[in-house]
Design a protein around this ligand. Structure first.
Ligand code: HEC
Ligand code: HEC
Length: 409
């Protein structure tokens, strides 16, 4: 019986061998060099376990997460109660809006970012205007084009809301009355950030494949194609991503982003003028009373502010934009800081036909037009779709403020 199975196995493998000899374009196995395996290893592990953010004393606390969640969906945060954070960062759309340029209370000139996996990033915003998730969360309330909040009015509104007052006190140990407007605003930002830290993406087909590949290279057994988490086409795309595409030079590490900034020649003219990107971002970060250099950074060591204090404004920062994470990228169209590309195929065409004249940063030249064949473009796109994992976020836990409910109308 056993011998019979072996012969059959030999015959099938011979059959496949002959088959692949006859048609070399129908590859049934992709092989990886040691260097490629090292690069692929560097895209993990994923997911990353949540850890407290030292600049935010409420980080990872259940009550702060719940109160932050309630604020995130609360339209009172905008001028006339028109908009909540969730109206632009929609939970069913990977926490963005699917629109190239949305309108807040005024037209926006940047594409709404997805809020997935934002904990522990070095910079926030397309130009890196902020160095913490909580200071970035204050910005939409202050911005005239987003929520344009009347802060004095919002504060007194929340002060009169008995339920909110009770929940706020229980969470922060402080009453709203005891805080001046700025300190209160910072607390709101930190609560919003505590909720947003829970917005994450789970393990994707790529992450399963990475584990398979690391296990197979450790015990020297190739992955059986039928059991591989990535199709042959996706694997070919992966090889382009880390090979001739050189995408991993910027889209590196477990987030598929170095967290820094780059210039790939996306137009930076807007309806009102020019978007200076990182150049403007550094300027406003230096002036930001809520940056990690200021008094509201809860990390007593202040080690987390070194990056900001070492920041220098350079000519090359002009027109640089944040290198976006590519996790769940298939769910976050349209693309680029100005939402100018509608789908992944257009992004790949953009890199393939890149106009070198448009690149203006004077840093090292990484980019050049790739001139990919149609088959390679499709493979690269197929790979990018393999980076999609389940979207997770803290859900309703209002029971935690049960004893505050008696106050609600
Ligand atoms: C009118 C739509 C709109 C509303 C409302 C809005 N946002 Fe945003 N959000 C944006 C846009 C556009 C960007 C990109 C802004 C930029 O980079 O200059 C953004 C960026 C962000 C980022 C940065 C993400 C990153 O990758 O760096 C965070 C965090 C964020 N918003 C949180 C919030 C919170 C919290 C609220 C509610 C208090 C909120 N947003 C309300 C449109 C909106
Ligand atoms: C020099 C660094 C660099 C390299 C190399 C690079 N990118 Fe990018 N990528 C960026 C930057 C910067 C942006 C945002 C540009 C903007 O909005 O103006 C971006 C944006 C993107 C986006 C849009 C994501 C979004 O959420 O809007 C995708 C998709 C993407 N890159 C994929 C790739 C692929 C695929 C490759 C390889 C062919 C690649 N990138 C190579 C820096 C780079």
């Amino acid at each position: 019986m056993k011998a019979w199975i072996m012969i059959l196995a030999m015959m099938t493998s011979q059959f496949f061998a002959m088959n692949s000899f006859a048609d070399t374009s129908q590859q049934d196995e992709v092989t990886y060099s040691l260097q490629e395996i090292t690069t692929i290893r560097s895209f993990g592990p994923w997911p990353i376990e949540p850890q407290a953010e030292p600049s935010n004393r409420f980080s990872q606390q259940a009550q702060a997460i719940e109160l932050g969640r309630q604020l995130f969906f609360d339209r009172r945060l905008s001028r006339e109660g028109e908009l909540s954070c969730a109206d632009c960062h929609q939970p069913t759309q990977a926490f963005q809006d699917g629109i190239a340029l949305n309108k807040g209370l005024n037209p926006l000139h940047r594409n709404t970012s997805s809020l997935l996996n934002l904990a522990h990033r070095p910079w926030y915003g397309w130009g890196g205007e902020h160095d913490s998730l909580w200071s970035q969360s204050i910005r939409p309330m202050l911005s005239a084009s987003e929520m344009h909040t009347d802060l004095a009015r919002l504060k007194s509104q929340l002060q009169q809301d008995k339920y909110f007052q009770c929940a706020f006190e229980q969470t922060t140990g402080q009453t709203i009355d005891s805080l001046d407007q700025e300190a209160w605003l910072v607390s709101v930002g930190k609560l919003l950030a505590s909720y947003q830290e829970t917005i994450r993406s789970g393990s994707s087909p790529f992450d399963h494949f990475r584990e398979q590949l690391l296990a197979s290279s450790a015990n020297d057994k190739p992955i059986v194609p039928a059991q591989s988490a990535l199709s042959i086409q996706q694997q070919q795309g992966l090889k382009i991503f880390i090979g001739e595409g050189r995408c991993q030079l910027c889209h590196s590490g477990p987030q598929f982003s170095s967290g820094e900034f780059g210039d790939i020649g996306v137009r930076f003219f807007t309806a009102e003028g020019v978007d200076k990107g990182r150049y403007q971002g550094i300027q406003s970060l230096k002036d930001d009373p809520f940056s990690l250099l200021g008094q509201y950074n809860d990390d007593e060591t202040k080690n987390n502010s070194l990056r900001t204090s070492h920041l220098q404004l350079l000519h090359r920062n002009w027109g640089e934009f944040k290198i976006p994470s590519l996790r769940n990228v298939a769910q976050t169209a349209p693309y680029m800081h100005n939402g100018s590309l509608n789908n992944l195929a257009q992004v790949i065409d953009f890199y393939s036909e890149l106009d070198e004249e448009r690149l203006h940063a004077d840093g090292e030249k990484i980019l050049r037009p790739l001139h990919l064949s149609a088959t390679k473009k499709q493979a690269l796109e197929a790979f990018l779709t393999s980076l999609t994992g389940p979207v997770m976020a803290a859900t309703d836990n209002s029971a935690i403020f049960q004893h505050c409910q008696i106050h609600s109308p």
